[in-house]
Write a protein that binds this ligand. Sequence first.
Ligand SMILES: NC(=O)c1ccc[n+]([C@@H]2O[C@H](COP(=O)([O-])OP(=O)(O)OC[C@H]3O[C@@H](n4cnc5c(N)ncnc54)[C@H](OP(=O)(O)O)[C@@H]3O)[C@@H](O)[C@H]2O)c1
Length: 286
Amino acid sequence: MRTAVLGAPGQLGRDICPRLRGEVIPLGRVDIDLSDAARLRSKLTELRPDVVINCAAYNFVDQAESEPSAAFAVNAWAVRDLASVCRDLDCTLVHFSTDYVFGLDESRRVPYAEDDLPGPVSVYGLSKLAGEYLVRSTCPKHFVIRTCGLYGVWGSGGKGKNFVETMLKIAGQGKPLRVVNDQRCTPSFTADIADAAVALLQTADFGLYHITNAGDCTWYEFAREIFRAAGMSADITPITSAEFAAPARRPGYSVLSNDKLNRVGVTAPRPWTEALGAYLVARAGK
Ligand SMILES: NC(=O)c1ccc[n+]([C@@H]2O[C@H](COP(=O)([O-])OP(=O)(O)OC[C@H]3O[C@@H](n4cnc5c(N)ncnc54)[C@H](OP(=O)(O)O)[C@@H]3O)[C@@H](O)[C@H]2O)c1
């Protein structure tokens, strides 16, 4: 089994690669820039992988509002090209998407299943939803995996640090924090998502899946738990999304159900509080 991993230097890619069996080919932007369709096809044709795992994405949620073409180039059109190469090579494509494909239903308080109707409220969410549809309609042997609020020991390659590191850094400097308390989702540890995604890949149950840690919280509640678990005190105030005034709208509720994952025999990831504890231990030993 030969597996090519796109976006291997990103935070999820770094946790996926060591968990794969057989020959693993980690690929970064220097090896294949996803926006270069000809190079994408020639390089993958030369490598002849059995499986391609795409961890690469345009992840700048706020910036996407003012540069939709850049977001769609990587998250949709490059994914369409990737899916057609994988179909032509008869290989399996594993592609990651996001809880931000949801958000239109403001009153929702029940975790979303895979067959719930999406409704993105941001350019980023729309570009990722387009990517999902392009994979699902182009490459028959696919796993499209929606996940949420990722943090990994390597930090987020494209964006600098992840939310946990940002909170620890600001509080460590003794600065006050204002954190949004009206967006409920499930922060997820990339190591846990990688474990479940690699287990899912061993099944032949292709399709769309949700994989997150269990439970849910707001970003404010998550920050409080980070400081509690790290044994730190912090000057932290809950605020609304309107007060934070980010350029991109985020869902008020985007909790994803892992039930389908369980139904195909893959153990869903542990509760988010336990995962955070494991992350804090892992980063200390980095
Ligand atoms: N981060 C989250 O909170 C979150 C939440 C839900 C879903 N997801 C999804 O989960 C997946 C993994 O996210 P992540 O947090 O691991 O992302 P990440 O750490 O930001 O890594 C993304 C990787 O994609 C690469 N990339 C971007 N544009 C590229 C291009 N044109 N060609 C080749 N490589 C390119 C980046 O390279 P450079 O470093 O060179 O830019 C980086 O290595 C993505 O599909 C994302 O949409 C993430």
